[in-house]
Design a protein around this ligand. Structure first.
Ligand SMILES: Nc1ncnc2c1ncn2[C@@H]1O[C@H](COP(=O)(O)OP(=O)(O)O)[C@@H](O)[C@H]1O
Ligand SMILES: [Mg+2]
Length: 238
């Protein structure tokens, strides 16, 4: 579904990421786990063409991203970032409906979809649809962000430290609901985090990032059993 083949991204000759070689299967949740500055966000941006690799290839559904129309590609890929992503002056319903609106869906279809999405992420539309983002808790805002990313039913979701701004209890709840929702909807997910516990809660496979490239790649069970120094050090943080 998403493949990196010897992909690099350089700025003025300085390597930010690469070499990247990784294949994300349909329906799988892959967590990119690493310290701040290890290249996770840059890697995510190579998938939805916010960046183009300066070397090598990134493919989405078998096609090199540079042969995708960037607008079509981004419609195909939901993107969830920390709460700064919501439009502060728009209601929850309008935030969630923004992509359907841009796609020209009729009002009724849009409203039906917004209701359905709010339900999916556990927000009662009667209570929340007309609120503004500042009238929500951090966890509720994150739910709105997830609902918005799912609006046009993209097969792929990219999440960048999506639950980073909420308290630990809310965070654990969001993680478990996110996992069951994306499994149920059969989404392919690439989720970036620096939090080992979050990676363990969400991942089918974990990819450890270090200095712009991938180290360990494996299932949660393999991660738990791995004896390398890097993985052992990460496990000690969990
Ligand atoms: N546009 C840019 N120009 C130069 N350096 C950048 C740019 N964007 C990110 N970097 C650097 O690239 C490295 C990887 O950044 P990033 O992908 O944001 O890491 P992460 O998401 O893991 O924290 C960092 O050292 C960062 O400072
Ligand atoms: Mg980042």
């Amino acid at each position: 579904m998403v493949e990196f083949e010897n992909a690099h991204y350089r700025v003025d000759g300085t390597r930010l990421v690469g070499p990247l070689n990784l294949s994300v299967e349909r329906g799988e949740t892959v967590v990119l786990l690493g310290e701040s500055g290890s290249g996770k966000t840059t890697t995510l941006r190579l998938i939805n063409r916010l960046l183009d690799p300066t070397e090598g290839t990134v493919r989405v559904e078998g096609r090199s991203t540079d042969s995708w129309d960037p607008v079509l590609l981004r419609r195909h890929i939901g993107y969830v970032i920390q709460e700064i992503g919501l439009f502060p002056h728009l209601s929850v319903a309008r935030n969630v409906g923004v992509v359907p609106y841009l796609l020209g869906w009729e009002r009724e279809r849009r409203e039906d979809r917004v209701q359905e999405l709010l339900g999916l992420v556990g927000l009662d539309p009667a209570e929340f649809a007309d609120r503004k983002p500042h009238e929500l808790s951090g966890g509720q805002r994150q739910r709105v962000g997830v609902a918005r990313a799912l609006a046009a039913d993209p097969p792929i979701l990219l999440c960048d430290e999506a639950f980073g701004a909420v308290d630990p209890v809310t965070r654990a709840e969001l993680q478990s609901q996110f996992r069951s929702l994306t499994n149920r909807l059969d989404k392919t997910v690439v989720f970036v985090t620096h939090d080992v516990r979050e990676a363990l809660a969400l991942a089918d496979r974990i990819v450890v990032f270090e200095s712009g490239t991938t180290g360990f790649v494996g299932t949660v069970d393999q991660f738990q059993a791995d004896q390398s120094a890097a993985v052992t050090a990460l496990r000690d943080l969990a």
